[in-house]
Design a binder for this molecule. Structure first.
Ligand code: ATP
Ligand code: MG
Length: 871
């Protein structure tokens, strides 16, 4: 079976068992502070398990793009070294939300593996949770009894909390699980050593392929478990591992998922896969990492210096330096794999097909940048070696290379050993440990356990229609902030507060109790589908009646900017072309920022045209047409553009202003006239192929224009109120140019006179035409003077000193013939005499200058040069 068929077969199997097939959620997570990337199929359903939201289907199946490079599930260091862990992989899954439980999950999994995929039953092992006293959990007898009916008991193994109790992260839904392992060793080997002894022992040919999780608990921030409102099934099967088993190969990399990439890498590097352990690891690392990075970029996460962007950058850098060190790739090459990857995957994941050009461009730029950094790192290492005392290099130094240049410690050690030097590895690991502690502190999640006031109450968002509602708190928690202090987070039964999302900032405002006491709301954010209101304090009676009020002015200014963003998007596609894709946006009350794909800097004309397009839509006074629950497909057919990397439900909200149609959950003006005016303030590059426009509207645009107006007014006043200020300024410029010319002529004349005077002062000393004088000329003037006199006279020795702004300058000119005949050197002379003016300098034997900070030393310098020549 090809990998495509394997994937299809899985989905079909569960579809016929009444599961709804849903798309993979984006790999990059935007609304959950506890998670950066999707690390399991269940992430997108977390809110269903927690009971925050009711699912539309009780049975679901899909294949989910996962990335395990940070947080609780981090396989990065294994990837490439082993043959069955990836950074990005697909997880095939089937789910029951409060519907079927252990029985069906176990029976179907067995049926699919052994009857549909026809895996030999003798090669399969299953595990069951043995219980955990510290959590007060007993052995999973129910699962054991179910397995017993289909699997011989010697193939059912007991597993501890580590292997058989699945948790998404430090907190969240969890439960006991049953894993299925497969032993793909040869018949002969299987006879010799029983597979049962190799399960969960990190054996590359006895691997876990499928995990069936029975979700029953929620792990709270204090570490304790609470029962979930219902029982669920969450399964995850590693797609690439399944392909390995079904395609009869010994490594995930030998499947048709990776072989095409590996073939291209072989061709491009001249290194055969299989040639050596070192180069094999490099090839695996690169063919794995390109997938993770390409899909992250397609999901809207560009490499950057912070957060998720930094994680992506580090993955790519890991691949680059493996290529650099082991495949001898000193030029960008990873980007060349993107086209192939896109061809392989686009049928199932259209986001990669549609954006492969952009993805390749971004990767190429990153590669070029990091290769430069690596070169610098090598040079730095050379310096470190040159300046090192003794033969051991300090760990801190190696750490610096590792941390800022991504220089792997083994590479540093290798280079040092080639130079017969040693590395203090212990010191390095101490630094590394310190850094890990620092980053753990920085990524500590700001969260806590909820105090539930009303478990039954739902949460209604009314902020599209009103800025004020009667309201009650249904749950709240106190959260320690990373930067110190605490904050309260509250969930309301009804709220007008818009939670940060879709680029729009969260609302601010206040909650008022019946006695008229107000507590300010400083921010609003979304977490697992709950709207969380932030405040420094709690109302006196948290359970009492409240009025929730959104700060009106900020909200109105913000939504003007949001609507302007839609018009800007439309304008860019109109003016630049439909290749323009939104890559990010930020909208608040001060202005807007819009990132989009486009390959060149926008011209002045294009910017003016875009600005005019938006302002024309504003003048047309287009009313908002909002539809709150349109079918996703219907909306797309109607011309709405769905963004890659966004998660949409079946029902979406569309916002229309004239011809602009967008899928959007943000808030907007009633009529484009409310935007008042739109001004672009900057256009710049964010990354290769991604541009950024910043703009302002409304009151801010008015302030901007007023300021320009005031400046113009001031300029006019300074010019003494001419009728035409532009003409007046250009007259001034012309006048200025004419005056400059005159000054030049006068200076020339002056220099001519000076030259004449000085020439008269030249005396012959010992056959040398000699002059040493203090003159009033600038540096360039003195040089001209020297060379002019030099052209008129032979055997010349000139020494001029000048003083300017408290600084002294010496210049020495010696005719070339004279310098050669008498062994004189102007450079050496100014250097020596420079000491009188407390400075230094140099130059050539026939002309040199020195600068210093002591003009009082000039007479002495002149005196000395005379003595020198006379002698
Ligand atoms: P392992 O012990 O092999 O790391 P796991 O216990 O971390 O696996 P789960 O969290 O249960 O795995 O994930 C479900 C399935 O996803 C696994 O059975 C496996 O097939 C697959 N899987 C997990 N991690 C990876 C990875 N890094 N690369 C590829 N497949 C993976
Ligand atoms: Mg794992």
């Amino acid at each position: 079976m090809t990998s495509k068929e394997i994937r299809q077969e899985f989905l079909k199997f569960f579809e016929t068992r009444k599961h709804q097939v849903v798309p993979s959620a984006p790999m990059v997570i935007k609304d959950d502070p506890t998670l950066m990337f999707t690390n399991a199929g269940m992430n997108q359903f977390k809110e269903f398990f927690l009971g925050n939201k009711t699912p539309k289907y009780s049975r679901v199946t899909d294949t989910q793009k996962c990335l395990r490079v940070s947080g609780k599930h981090n396989d990065l260091e294994e990837v490439g070294k082993d043959t069955y862990h990836h950074t990005m992989f697909e997880m095939l899954g089937n789910w029951s939300f409060g519907d079927y439980f252990k029985k069906e999950a176990i029976e179907w999994a067995w049926e699919l593996l052994t009857e549909v995929y026809k895996i030999n039953k003798d090669q399969l092992y299953v595990t069951v949770f043995e219980g955990e006293a510290s959590d007060g959990l007993k052995m999973d007898q129910e699962a054991y009894d179910l397995w017993k009916q289909i699997v011989p008991e010697d193939r059912i193994l007991m597993g501890n909390k580590n292997d058989n109790f699945w948790e998404m992260g430090e907190q969240g839904p969890c439960g006991p699980c049953s894993e299925i392992h497969v032993d793909i060793r040869s018949e002969e080997e299987r006879q010799k050593v029983s597979g049962a002894s190799l399960v969960n022992m990190d054996h590359p040919q006895v691997v876990e392929i499928w995990n069936l999780v029975f979700m029953e608990f929620n792990r709270k921030a204090d570490g304790s478990l609470e029962k979930l409102p219902a029982q669920h099934v969450d399964t995850g099967m590693g797609f690439e591992r399944l392909c390995m088993v079904l395609q009869g190969v010994q490594s995930n990399y030998d499947t048709d998922v990776f072989m095409p990439l590996i073939k291209q890498l072989e061709a491009g590097s001249g290194v055969k896969y299989g040639a050596s352990e070192e180069t094999d690891i490099a090839i695996r690392v690169i063919s794995d990492h390109v997938r993770a990075v390409a899909f992250a970029i397609a999901d809207g996460q560009l490499p950057s210096n912070t957060g998720a962007g930094y994680v992506i950058r580090r993955i790519l850098r890991r691949a680059i330096r493996y290529g650099f060190t082991f495949l001898d790739k000193k030029e960008p090459f990873i980007y060349e794999l993107v086209a192939l990857l896109s061809d392989q995957m686009k049928e199932f994941f259209p986001e990669i097909g549609a954006q492969s050009q952009l993805v390749a461009k971004v990767i190429r730029e990153e590669e070029a940048g990091f290769l430069r950094t690596l070169e610098q790192g090598l040079q730095l290492l050379d310096q470190i070696i040159a300046n090192n005392e003794g033969d051991t290099v300090k760990g801190v130094k190696a750490f610096e290379l590792y941390d800022t240049y991504g220089f792997p410690i083994d590479l540093t050690a290798l280079i040092l050993s080639e130079r017969n030097m040693k590395l203090d590895e212990k010191g390095f690991h101490e630094e590394l440990k310190k850094q890990k502690e620092r980053s753990r502190a920085a990524t500590k999640v700001e969260t806590g356990d909820w105090t539930i006031l009303d478990a039954e109450a739902g949460e209604e968002f009314l902020g599209y229609d009103t800025l004020q509602t009667p309201s009650r708190i249904t749950r709240y928690r106190k959260v320690e902030r990373k930067k110190g202090g605490t904050i309260y987070q509250m969930v309301l039964d009804r709220t007008p507060f818009y939670a940060e999302g879709g680029g729009q900032v969260g609302d601010q405002g206040y909650l008022e109790d019946v006695a008229g006491n107000k507590i300010p709301v400083s921010d609003t954010k979304r977490e697992n589908n709950l709207i969380i209101h932030f405040s420094k304090s709690l109302p006196k009676d948290p359970a009492g009646e409240l009025t929730a009020v959104v700060s009106r002015k900020k909200r109105l200014m913000t939504q003007a900017n949001h609507t302007a963003t839609h018009l800007l998007h439309q304008a860019l596609r109109q003016v630049l072309g439909t290749h323009v894709e939104q890559k990010g946006s930020m909208v608040n009350s001060d202005g807007l920022r819009f990132d989009f794909s486009h390959f060149s800097k926008m011209t002045k004309e294009e910017l003016a045209e875009v600005e005019k397009f938006v302002n024309d839509r504003i003048s047309e006074k287009l009313p908002k047409v909002e539809k709150r629950a349109v079918g996703f497909q219907e909306a797309v057919d109607d011309g709405a553009i769905a963004l890659f990397g966004e998660k949409y439900g079946d029902k979406v909200r569309t916002i229309n202003f004239g011809e602009s149609t967008e899928l959007c959950g943000g808030t907007h003006v009633e009529n484009t006239a409310d935007i008042w005016y739109f001004i672009i303030t900057s256009e710049s590059a964010v990354a290769a192929g991604v541009r950024r426009i910043e703009a302002i509207t409304g009151e801010k645009a008015m302030e901007y224009l007023n300021k320009r107006d005031t400046t113009l007014e001031e300029v006019t006043q300074v010019l003494k109120n001419p009728a035409d200020p532009v003409k007046a300024v250009s007259n001034l410029q012309e006048e200025n140019a004419a005056l400059k010319k005159q000054v030049e002529v006068l200076l020339k004349e002056k220099a001519g006179n000076l030259k004449h005077d000085l020439k008269g002062k030249i005396t012959n000393v010992n056959g040398i035409n000699f002059l040493a004088e203090k003159v009033d000329l600038n540096q360039g003037g003195i040089k001209d003077l020297c060379f002019e006199l030099g052209g008129e006279m032979d055997d010349l020795f000139l020494f001029f000193a000048t003083e300017d702004n408290g600084k002294a300058m010496l210049s020495c000119y010696i005719s070339k013939d004279l310098a050669a005949a008498r062994g004189l050197n102007a450079g050496q002379i100014v250097r020596e005499l420079g000491k009188y003016i407390q400075g230094g300098g140099g130059g050539q034997p026939f002309f040199a200058t020195a600068g210093g900070k002591n003009p009082d030393g000039i007479p002495e310098a002149l005196e000395n040069v005379k003595t020198y020549i006379q002698a």
